[in-house]
Design a binder for this molecule. Sequence first.
Ligand SMILES: Nc1ncnc2c1ncn2[C@@H]1O[C@H](COP(=O)(O)OP(=O)(O)O)[C@@H](O)[C@H]1O
Ligand SMILES: [Mg+2]
Length: 240
Amino acid sequence: MIKIQNLVKTFGVCKAVDDLSLDVAAGEIFGFLGPNGAGKTTTVKILSGIMAPTSGRVLVAGFDVTREPLSAKRLIAYIPDEPFVYPKLTGFEFLRFLGDLYDVPYSEQIRRIPELLETFELSLQGGELLESYSHGMKQKLLIAGMLLRKPKVVLFDEPTVGLDPKSIRRFKTLLSEMAGNGAAIFMCTHILEMAEKLCTSVGIIHNGRLIAKDTVAAVKQLVTGPAQKSLEDVFLELTK
Ligand SMILES: Nc1ncnc2c1ncn2[C@@H]1O[C@H](COP(=O)(O)OP(=O)(O)O)[C@@H](O)[C@H]1O
Ligand SMILES: [Mg+2]
């Protein structure tokens, strides 16, 4: 569902992404791990179509994101690390806007938007302007908007930063359900424990290069030693 082929992105002399190739299948939850500045956000921005690659290409459900951006973007939901919402819309209006933009039928919007606001405990604030929302509330609203659309490919950049523990628990369940329904999920995360529990496979990026990609169990075998290693041990060893 997601295909990244020989992707390179340079900013001046900085090579943020250096010849990255990887695939994520439908139903897979892929955890993209790496230290600060490794190139994770740059990679998802290119996957979402908001940043152009220097070379190489990315395909979503067979569509080249650079050449066929509208076809690709119809299938993609992108939840950035800094949630962007229009400050002068209310939560309800923002979801209606997303619903219209992505051709969700009106009757379905009217039924599901209140349910989604309820799910994320935003019912009381649904009529308030988004400029009054906290970081976590904006993030929950974007996740609600993603669920309204039922995307085939979901890109998350550090999705749980700003969420409270109850929302994180709900988020994990939702992620598993979406993958169960056939979505491909690409998630950048610093939270290795979450990656270990939730992801069907993980990749580790370091200085723009992919240094490991496999199931969590197989990645853990990459670093040998007398003791049982956690994903955290392996991550720190590989990126030191
Ligand atoms: N717009 C930009 N202009 C210049 N350099 C950038 C830009 N975006 C990212 N970089 C650089 O690219 C590298 C990778 O950044 P990023 O993809 O944000 O890393 P991560 O998300 O893994 O922390 C860093 O060295 C960062 O400084
Ligand atoms: Mg980042």
